[in-house]
Design a protein around this ligand. Sequence first.
Ligand code: BGC
Ligand code: NOJ
Length: 831
Amino acid sequence: MAEKKYGHFDDANREYVITDPKTPWPWINYLGNEDFFSLISNTAGGYSFYKDAKFRRLTRYRYNGVPMDNGGRYFYIKDGDTVWNPGWKPCKTPLDSYECRHGMNYTRITGSKNGVEASVLFFVPLHTWAEVQKMTLKNQTKEVKTLKVFSFAEWCLWNAATDMENFQRNFSTGEVEVEGSTLYHKTEYRERRNHYAFYTVNTEIQGYDTDRESFIGLYNEFAEPEAVMEGKPRNSFAHGWSPIASHYIEVTLQPGESRDLIFLLGYVENEQDKKFSAKKVINKEKAHQLIKKFDTTEKVDAAFAELNQYWDNLLNIFTVKSGNDKLDRMVNIWNQYQCMITFCMSRSASFFESGIGRGMGFRDSNQDLVGFVHQIPTRARQRIIDIASTQFPDGGCYHQYQPLTKRGNNDIGGGFNDDPCWLIFGTVAYIKETGDFSILSEQVPFDNQSGSEVSLFEHLKISMNHIINNLGPHKLPLIGRADWNDCLNLNCFSWDPNESFQTTENKGEGSKAESLMIAGLFVVTGKDYIALCKQLAKEASNCREGEIAGLAEEDYLVEADRMQQAVDAMSEAVKQYGWDGEWFLRAYDFFGNKIGSNENEEGKIFIESQGWCTMAGIGQEEGLCGKALDSAKERLECEHGMVLNNPAYTTYHVEMGEISSYPEGYKENAGIFCHNNPWVIIGETVAGRGNDAWNHYTKILPSYVEEKYQTLHKVEPYVNCQMVAGKDAAKPGEGKNSWLTGTAAWMWYTVSEFILGIKPDYEGLNIDPCLPSTAHEYEVTRKFRGGEYHIVVKNPEGREKGVKQITVDGKVIDGTIIPCSAGKHEVIVQM
Ligand code: BGC
Ligand code: NOJ
């Protein structure tokens, strides 16, 4: 049965084109990639914020509303008695045509009605604290058209959390100013805030509104604002209640004529002593400057061209030509784009993450780095320092920090014992990409306390030590509150529904709860750490000072040795106590009972330990990896990907925690938690099983899903989502929690480094593909440390793994590492 399609890819323009506004769920995009961000749905819903979706929310949004996706930047066009919106919502007047194009940090929504076309281009210009909305109105009829255009944005009172709860205060604080065509929002500016927002348009206006009730009417909906319906702005001035910004513009268009209106939603910060230009009057100087930068079509078009150029440059760092469009469009466009978004947002703001729940995650942001570091290494570098600055002297860490303050907090729990390892994961990815060892000498504080600084290398060391210092009865890592699977709460024992599993007291004392996932993660990152130490030994002996981050060659060799012993011991412990016969165990619980064992009734096998222990290659020679991968395939795989555990838990297990709180097939209880599928896929590539790797990979590759299931899948078909309902769910294949997921970075890492096999390494690019036997040839262009490598991989015999020979600029090289050198290079790889 063919499913209805709501859109399609336009690869040449790097866009996803939505052709029906009634998508199965709002399909969104992100504007901005630095400080100022907006979320925008295909019907122009969403909101804007500066840096931090919790503390600096500019416009208001209503999550989980009825109808769905309420609040946004709305344009109402009144043409005679007909009122319509270019994005269909909120009036939902049937349009004569509709199209939404989501591109790289921009969205263009075009609607037409009764011979008038309105096309709005939304984007945040580079390095700018504002969203541009360029509206082009076209009269396609043979008559003169007189239109009444109303804009609309609703201000949030900055703190998105209190904005939704403290009405006894909020309804009295709202303040605005109006100056010409610019509507200013200055709530709380009189006291401690030094920032305000504005909404402007580059033409004279014939009226405005700044008070919501006056504009909409108390009992009306967004779909029927009184002012619009009557075609008369109220020129209202907000005092408290709910400040908004709406321009009223009368537009007359001759037959065939078109006209641009440029709206700008901006944010300004002033120095403490320059807050006011007169008593109670905000200093608008910076706003004026900002407005001037985007007040003509030419200026806006130039800024848009710059944004596109920026993305050309970013996406030219790694491109593939494989002859398979579905692969190419994900690798060349959407996967990399999603990595930029997860780098910027972590898990804070999406249509599933409210922007007030979670900030930047310690483990999440470190993992996001592997998808981003090749794009803008300098920003990755800063991120690593920011994250490490929230660590504690014993290697433990805050689980998250708010982007605005960069201070760690326990708002979403703490004491997850996998966290420290991820710092090594992220840092190593950065150094391999850039060759910049100097980052390890950076002086980085603990818990942001100045005076506590030690080198970043020292942070890595104590991260490893944190695992070594927290081993359980089987010499396996103690799990703490939980590991990567933060719903495996083995020390929580909660019977109180008012407690959050993530923040409730952890009964760690006397616990025997150990994690095989952390064991595998420790071996993988431990090996990375050892390789790093060995490389540092070399670098230290070669450099003039004879040391790096305060340590000399000998120190690094000793450290590498120490860690090798720890890694070997961990591998042994896994083999001895972590093998269940056909697969790796998942954990031991508080009492020392097995989890993820054939002995268990439910949850016999889990994906995370199969992934990490096979990535680590533990027991490879003894055949354990092959067996574990086969078991994962047999028991976890289904049509839509691999589920997290099997069989699903059918009842609540107090000794297990949140995992068993979910109904079967959802989230961490046997959902297809896409993030962890790549772990098994990489495990498959380590074992050289290219066909299996490819099969698992394409099951969760958005472009493959797009082709098959738009209605069932529900969420955006151009990005990965966190979770797809698993085989035990009511609707297997239904996606949730799109956009902000570690899946993005892991899919990128998997395809770029392990399938296509282009791995940045200390001395150069290591080429080691693992392919399906149908892949006979492909090309990758990779920019890397000043060089540009055009790599052609030839696989006429359809081999899954094993490089036979590599030539660089016509010369055969030893081994598989292409040494770094500037300029363009032709590389031929024979499988
Ligand atoms: C979710 C997890 C999430 C955690 C963190 C849980 O309810 O199931 O996926 O990571 O909350 O807040
Ligand atoms: C989502 C969280 O962001 C991540 O940190 C966690 O590892 C996964 N859920 C799995 O529970």
